[in-house]
Write a protein of this length. Structure first.
Ligand code: ADP
Ligand code: MG
Length: 134
């Protein structure tokens, strides 16, 4: 069954990300589903902090994949063509079991993700409320 929680601020979403980091600290893939502004990148900031990463995670704009230590942050928002996504060779990232891969817009490449990927859905339920289901 999916568990969901409503966060009421950026800080709370980041805190949830910090807790999530424990589940992937030895490696794993997390898929983040949700519209623009739902808080995906904010959650990644918390995950990074929970992993002890000091660099600030930013929205990748034109860069699709960013690496922060053992954390790979992938944002497929701008890629609408499945072939372009396949060309990235993302599978290589989770072939190394120690890698932590967090993906925004995973729905751009349905079926590409490993079976054991953790799926998280973020929904805007108010100006500063986000429902996060795991
Ligand atoms: P996404 O990556 O899903 O597009 P971002 O994390 O970049 O979303 O942005 C989330 C936006 O929502 C930010 O502008 C942030 O200020 C705002 N926001 C408001 N409430 C929350 C909350 N509870 N959690 C996360 N972000 C929130
Ligand atoms: Mg984002």
């Amino acid at each position: 069954m999916r568990k969901s929680r409503v966060t009421k601020s950026i800080k709370e979403t980041q805190k949830l990300g910090e807790e999530l980091a424990k589940r992937v600290q030895n490696g794993g893939v997390i898929c983040l589903y949700g519209d623009l502004g739902a808080g995906k990148t904010t959650l990644v900031q918390g995950i990074a902090r929970g992993l002890g990463i000091k660099q600030k995670v930013v929205s990748p704009t034109f860069i699709i994949v960013r690496k922060y230590g053992q954390l790979w942050h992938v944002d497929l928002y701008r890629l609408r063509n499945l072939l372009e996504i396949k060309d990235l060779g993302l599978e290589e990232l989770w072939q190394d079991k120690r890698n932590i891969v967090v993906v925004e817009w995973p729905e751009r490449a349905v079926g590409l993700w490993p079976k054991n990927a953790i799926k998280i859905t973020l929904e805007t339920v108010g100006e500063s409320e986000r429902k996060i289901s795991i």
